[in-house]
Design a binder for this molecule. Sequence first.
Ligand SMILES: *Cc1c(COP(=O)(O)O)cnc(C)c1O
Length: 360
Amino acid sequence: MSRIYNFSAGPSTLPKPVLHRAASELVEYGSSGQSVMEMSHRSPEYDEIITKCQSLLRCVMNIPDNYKVLFIQGGASMQFSMVPQNLLSGSGKADYIVSGMFSKKAYDEACRFGKINLVATGKEYNFTRIPDIDPAKYDPEADYLHICENNTVFGTRFTQLPRSSAPLVADLSSCILSEPIDVTKYGLIYAGAQKNMGPAGLCVVIAREDLIGNPQPGLATMLDYNTYAENDSMYNTPPTYAIYIMGMVLRWIEEEMGGLAGMKAYNEKKAGVLYDYLDTTSFYRAVAEPACRSIMNVTFVTGDADRDKAFCLQAQKAGFYNLKGHRSVGGMRASIYNAMPIAGVEKLVAFMKEFEAANK
Ligand SMILES: *Cc1c(COP(=O)(O)O)cnc(C)c1O
């Protein structure tokens, strides 16, 4: 068997030991006589799997007891509408910072449900950095402030959280579990699983209890956070297999990567290998400004669209897949999530050097 180096922005590469374990348990989980995929979500075996996944996440991320952990379907994109419909419960107003494509989508969706204040946007400079924030622009009555902490498409991230008196709601889809965070600084966190946690089909929401009790009137049952909170995410069938895989990914982080502190050190080292090279060559140019570079998604260009195209084609032939940048940025994007081994990044840099030498 030969595995590619998969630099996809998502769904993305998963830890090999997790895949092997899943393979060995695919047909029969433990001595249950069945696959996890076939199990009743109400069975004692599955109850243990989902309970364990939640308690591991609480332990790995150090989530306080007054936060609920919810497993929801519909991807991170469904949170763009669930967040406003559940949290616009006071003034009906919210602050949004638009720092990239996904926060723009979240902003557009929220505008359907309340009075949304655009605090700052990085549109003028095509999101190559996190926009400066003028605190005077915050709405003092906002029910919450929304950000996307790591901008998957542009390769930037907040290195400091914005300070506002409103509860902070953050889309962590492409950076959750990449480093330790202080959950108490957030009112609500959401993240699609398919970047750093597991397969697509699962979205994790971590919500401070006091924020989710008062949704907009008439909200559909399945869009109400309380439905998930009151039923341990089992009001209906949860994405059972994705939760099972996520539990194993958490165990891998805990047991093999040294928890989130170890994960952070590993991720910084990996990103360093790429950025260090990008900073020493004039053949390629990193897109994101140094002060807000993502350690998960590294965007770069050669400055010539045809050469970028040739790069991606040849890279794929050499075993480096999915390096094509998003159409709004062009060039290349190497997504180097938790499960990308450092060897993958080192070999990619070696390939980049060869390509440079051959095309200079
Ligand atoms: C991938 C991604 C999304 C969209 O996730 P879906 O699960 O496809 O809805 C939203 N926000 C960020 C930051 C992402 O990286």
